[in-house]
Design a protein around this ligand. Structure first.
Ligand code: ATP
Ligand code: MG
Length: 244
């Protein structure tokens, strides 16, 4: 079997300088917006249109992760929903659109959240198997085992009730956990409730309504205000129905 050759030390001539990392030198005359595929992308299209921005590709069809738009100074990056705040926090994207659920878990460091876009609306809920005595389980001093991907939100919710909660972190299909005895309850997003019903679960408590927000890198807002402010204004107009 071929073996890797050991790394050799590279000696750079004295006059060679290493360029700064690319995102720090990306021109202040262009901006990058981070979006996730699916409902956020779909529901953002009309807002982009209100700002005169039309993506050149559909991320559902194309495998491209960087999508150009009709505007040479605007590009989109397609990221996992939970990664959106991270790209914006570090300035790899100037702006992004992320659910309040995702922002609660991220914590919001380094981000402005100037606009609730009122898209991708749903609610964060507690759900259990039908017939589970949730009222008895949530008495102060009680103990409950909860599976969720929303650890921070769930911890805060049950702490407010003065309860002990054993949290089990999952990354998807939370509905399965109570059905197979992994947890007494789940904390998950619900919109129509169809998935809960199909799995013999019921919503027992709403924690908070959820929608998606525009997030902006704090440094980008200062350095690129001329580019970003018109976008904020167009989004604001589209959200409130004011197109003057
Ligand atoms: P996946 O479902 O592939 O694991 P995800 O959950 O990270 O990915 P989406 O399901 O597209 O991504 O959700 C993206 C955002 O849309 C969520 O962060 C949330 O704010 C919102 N959302 C999630 N589920 C619903 C829903 N059922 N109805 C409306 N909005 C939702
Ligand atoms: Mg999902």
């Amino acid at each position: 079997m071929a073996r890797c050759s050991p790394l050799k030390a590279v000696h750079l001539p004295a006059q060679v300088t290493i360029p700064p990392r690319f995102h720090k030198v990306r021109a202040v005359t262009s901006m990058t917006l981070a979006l996730s595929k699916g409902r956020i992308f779909e529901e953002t299209l009309p807002l982009l249109a209100a700002a005169g921005i039309v993506p050149a590709d559909d991320p559902e069809r194309s495998r491209k992760l960087i999508i150009d738009t009709n505007r040479p100074d605007v590009r989109l990056v397609i990221v996992r929903a939970t990664d959106t705040p991270t790209y914006v926090q570090y300035g790899a994207a100037d702006l992004g659109i992320a659910g309040k659920d995702v922002l609660l878990e991220h914590g919001g460091a380094g981000l402005y959240q100037p606009l609730d876009l009122n898209i991708a609306r749903c609610r964060l809920c507690v759900a259990t198997c039908k017939g589970f005595d949730y009222a008895a389980a949530v008495r102060p001093g009680g103990r409950i085992r909860v599976a969720t991907k929303y650890i921070n939100a769930a911890k805060a919710h049950f702490a407010d009730k003065g309860m002990h909660v054993d949290l089990i972190k999952l990354y998807g299909s939370m509905e399965l956990a109570p059905l197979v005895g992994l947890a007494d309850a789940i904390v998950d997003l619900v919109s129509s409730g169809g998935t809960l019903r199909a799995n013999n679960l019921e919503e027992v408590e709403e924690i908070m309504p959820i929608s998606s927000r525009l997030i902006v890198n704090q440094a980008a807002l200062k350095l690129k205000r001329d580019l970003i402010q018109p976008l904020l204004d167009a989004f604001q107009g589209a959200v409130t129905g004011d197109r003057t």
